[in-house]
Design a protein around this ligand. Structure first.
Ligand SMILES: *[C@@H]1O[C@H](CO)[C@@H](O)[C@H](O)[C@H]1NC(C)=O
Ligand SMILES: *[C@@H]1O[C@H](CO)[C@@H](O)[C@H](O)[C@H]1NC(C)=O
Length: 253
């Protein structure tokens, strides 16, 4: 009896407008909720990637990635200032070796070890004190252990903290006595550090040390004399005046 036709024309138009608006609002709502959920699921999957790559423990340790590299310059071969190719020649393109890189940076920029990891199937350990750089190396999916510690140089330290580790403890964690390449890229402290390594216990075939090219002769000789007395010879000097670096490659082959 009180059907729509009894409503005045203007009310009918208003009702139609209202229904149309309701449909529009509902559609928009559904679209927004769906998009939001999709966004959240993306965020969630990227977060679980981070979780999978970084084993959060004390100290911070990341395990080798089994994904494809995510490098800034994937077409490069030698990422170092030339040391990698020189060491590769010295070692006769050796495969399946083992390296330790101290001061590994972001795992790509000036990396001595990346060439060996990518092209010679080596494994190893990257030690970097800067957490942000350590995370960058993890993001580049290096196929090595990545440890975020600062090395302690003071010999009277007997305990390690969350962030700091003594060299002796580091070598205990590496848990092997035969190392093909030790790359040292620390700013200063090289000679103190080298003298703390038990070179009678650990058989290290190649040691490459990054120095400033303004390094004093005394400092350079302190390292060189020490290593010479332990059976090493200077195989190469690389001087890069633009970067202000002098890299010295020592070998005991
Ligand atoms: C750590 O590295 C980042 C770049 O990745 C740099 O901005 C920052 O200054 C570094 N921190 C320290 C304490 O050197
Ligand atoms: C160290 O390596 C040896 C074999 O090379 C292994 O038997 C031992 O379990 C390792 N220790 C640790 C603490 O990983």
């Amino acid at each position: 009896m009180f059907g729509r036709k009894f409503l005045p024309q203007s009310s009918q138009r208003r009702l139609k407008k209202f229904i149309f608006l309701m449909i529009l609002v509902t559609t928009l709502f559904v679209v927004m909720v769906t998009a939001g959920m999709y966004g959240l699921s993306l965020l969630d999957s990227s977060m679980s990637l981070v979780k999978a790559d970084i084993v959060e423990s004390k100290p911070r340790i990341a395990i080798p990635s089994d994904g494809d590299y995510r490098l800034e310059s994937p077409l490069k071969s030698d990422f170092s200032r030339g040391q990698s190719k020189i060491i590769d020649d010295l070692l006769g393109s050796q495969k399946d070796g083992f390296f330790v890189e101290l001061g590994a940076g972001d795992g790509e920029t000036n990396s001595v070890s990346l060439f060996f990891e990518r092209e010679r199937n080596w494994g190893g350990v990257l030690v970097e004190a800067n957490e942000s750089k350590h995370r960058q190396a993890v993001g580049k999916r290096r196929k090595s252990l990545m440890w975020n510690f600062r090395l302690r140089m003071d010999e009277d330290m007997t305990t390690d903290t969350k962030d700091d580790i003594r060299l002796e403890r580091l070598f205990q964690m590496i848990n092997r006595t035969s190392i093909d390449l030790l790359a040292i890229n620390l700013n200063g402290f090289e000679s103190e550090l080298i003298k703390q390594i038990d070179l009678a216990k650990y058989n290290i075939r190649v040691i490459t040390v990054e120095l400033q090219n303004t390094v004093s002769k005394e400092r350079y000789m302190a390292i060189t004399d020490y290593l010479t007395s332990r059976g090493y010879t200077v195989a190469h000097h690389l001087i890069n005046t633009m970067l202000g670096k002098k890299d010295v490659v020592y070998t005991k082959l």
